[in-house]
Design a binder for this molecule. Structure first.
Ligand code: ADP
Length: 161
């Protein structure tokens, strides 16, 4: 899509192969993709902002037109720095739908220009979430099929602390 930036927001706590699948597919459709680490004071993150940014950079380093950014203001405000952009979100099952639907409508009320576009999760990542990764890692299970190999040690070390 010409001169259109995809903003892919999320906690990425940590980023998984399911997230990267969506980012990669968005990168083939849009000129530029912003992998946006968000900070929401109502959420308790396991990884620090710095760790989430580092892992997002590692996992997306093979995709040319992706950059990682961080946002601790309203998304509806953040997007105003782009000429033309839309939000791109991954949708797993029906369970994601209600949450995403609420957010899309709220963002549209706050910023009437802001559209949200969904990309369906791939079959192989339909089950995968950051919570699954943390639950397996907590008990020293093998998470190598869920996350980028550059992030394995960061995640494993965090659970040793
Ligand atoms: P949030 O803070 O919105 O819960 P997440 O980091 O959990 O953020 O997810 C960010 C986005 O990635 C959301 O749109 C979510 O639906 C999507 N997503 C998460 N896991 C997957 C997956 N396995 N496949 C496709 N999309 C996913």
């Amino acid at each position: 899509m010409k001169n259109l930036t995809a903003i892919c927001p999320g906690s990425f706590d940590p980023i998984t192969n399911g997230h990267i699948d969506i980012i990669y597919r968005a990168s083939k459709i849009f000129d530029e993709v912003v992998l946006l680490i968000t900070n929401n004071s109502t959420k308790n993150y396991f990884f620090t902002v710095e760790e989430r940014i580092l892992m997002a950079k590692n996992a997306s380093s093979h995709i040319k037109n992706v950059c990682v950014d961080y946002c601790d203001i309203l998304l509806a405000e953040y997007v105003k720095k782009f000429d033309r952009c839309c939000l791109v979100k991954g949708l797993r099952a029906v369970t994601d739908y209600e949450y995403e639907f609420q957010h899309a409508i709220t963002n549209k009320i706050l910023n009437s220009e802001l559209e949200t576009i969904y990309i369906n999760a791939s079959n192989e990542y339909m089950y995968l979430s950051s919570s699954v990764v943390k639950q397996v890692a907590e008990f020293k299970g093998d998470i190598s099929m869920f996350v980028d190999k550059q992030n394995l040690k960061i995640i494993e070390d965090k659970f040793k602390k």
